[in-house]
Write a protein that binds this ligand. Structure first.
Ligand code: KG4
Ligand code: ZN
Length: 389
């Protein structure tokens, strides 16, 4: 006599999160404790600090999620937790807690891939809005600070299966945003700053060339400097590369002698932590050339994401496109993806802003099909930092 209540727990990076979701679609609570402010002081996530904060936060965050949902541990049908990919020490905090809880209250444990969670965040909300259902096969772009992956989601028995049909060969798109923002003396994380400032510049001012990465089936000898080699599969793959544009921005900064103004901005920002990306005061710290550079960078990155995603959607006959992960919050990305999808007559869905960044509702939602299929984890469940989807 199950109500399908699943407690989700997420601790893969810098948010400690817990949520209670009913039957994969109805979030009764969704609590996130962000460590953003802590890591902002270091310009990036510091793994040691992240683990320590997760340890501090996991119990109160779960307690809060249970209280807001007005349920007890007894009411739960399962406990779901992110098993990877992510930071090993950070993942272990959530996993250890979830295992102990599942054992202690006698509820099954479900291990969830973080990337599958990001995809389900979108589908969960689409169901809530009672939109025309997204039909499989779906093309999913997961684009965040750690990932830039394209998946083809297909039905396979009761559950879903995913095929990775594209990935970044170097930096993730969000990583490029963060690195370029840092280079330009903007705050961390860089995405929201660049997003807000880009609308004030001319996107055609600097014509960044994006070396189109050819579908993998037609290439030989590609090397993956930072990542493992891609899995072998049928059909072409649509990869990304973002380290080139980062270097191009750096070169532009050098040739146009922008160092001094960048340093001035860095100092002004450090002196006034209240400065917000969208504020006029922030824009006033950027000259026209800087704003044009920011707009052009974003135009190029979004264009690249758009081209590869829709090329893959066409080749694989996808019936819809789903975009998720932190970069899915980007306003230009949303606008241009919607326009392209409309042109092609394809539905496209994004998560709401609150569900586009890391959260646990998406973990509990992704666990639902696994619960139905009886796909439970044992006590051997461990952290898998490089977990693939
Ligand atoms: O999914 P997420 O919260 O964490 C992981 O990386 O898994 O994504 C964070 C990333 C950061 O790189 C951040 O700069 C980027 O998402 N981001 C954005 C925007 N908001 C966040 N990038 C572009 N435009 C935005 N509005
Ligand atoms: Zn994420």
């Amino acid at each position: 006599n199950s109500r399908g209540l699943i407690l989700g727990i997420e601790s893969s990076c810098d948010e400690t999160a817990a949520a209670v979701v009913r039957a994969g679609s109805d979030a009764l609570s969704n609590v996130v404790a962000s460590q953003m402010a802590l890591h902002a002081n270091y310009g990036g996530v510091v793994p040691e600090l992240a683990s320590r904060e997760h340890l501090r936060n996991v119990v109160p965050v779960v307690r809060e999620a249970m209280a807001r949902a007005r349920v007890t541990f007894d009411d739960l049908d399962a406990v779901a937790v992110t098993e990877g990919p992510g930071l090993a020490g950070a993942l272990l905090v959530g996993i250890t807690y979830a295992k102990a809880l599942s054992f202690g209250v006698g509820k099954p444990l479900i291990g969830v891939n973080h990337l599958e969670g990001h995809i389900h965040a979108v589908l969960m909300e689409a169901r809530q809005r009672a939109e025309a259902p997204m039909e499989l096969p779906l093309l999913a772009l997961v684009v965040s600070g750690g990932h830039t992956h394209l998946y083809l989601a297909r039905q396979s028995g009761e559950s879903w299966s995913y095929r990775n049909v594209g990935r970044t060969v170097d930096d993730a798109a969000g990583e490029a945003y963060d690195k370029v923002a840092k280079l330009l003396g903007l705050g961390y994380p860089g995405g929201p700053w660049i997003d807000a400032l880009a609308v004030r510049g001319n996107p055609r001012a600097v014509p960044f060339q994006f070396g189109q990465i050819k579908p993998r089936a037609h290439r030989e000898g590609i090397s993956f400097p930072n990542k493992k080699a891609p899995p072998k599969g049928e059909g072409p793959t649509f990869d990304f590369s973002f380290s080139g544009i980062k270097t191009a921005v750096l070169r532009y900064v050098e040739t146009h002698h922008m160092r001094e103004s960048i340093e001035a901005r860095r100092v002004a920002l450090a002196a006034d932590p209240e400065l917000r990306p969208k504020s006029d005061a922030m824009a006033a710290l950027c000259d026209a050339r800087t704003l044009d550079l920011i707009a052009s960078f974003q135009y190029a990155v979004v264009g690249n994401l758009l081209r590869q995603t829709f090329a893959a959607a066409e080749v694989f006959g996808a019936r819809g496109v789903v975009v998720s992960g932190g970069v899915a919050a980007n306003s230009e990305l949303r606008r241009r993806f919607k326009a392209e999808a409309d042109k092609r007559g394809l539905p496209v869905a994004f998560p709401s802003l609150s569900l586009s960044t890391d959260n646990a509702a998406m973990i509990a939602a992704a666990a639902w099909p696994k619960f139905v299929a009886g796909d439970f984890a044992g006590e051997e469940l461990g952290a898998t930092p490089q977990l693939r989807l």
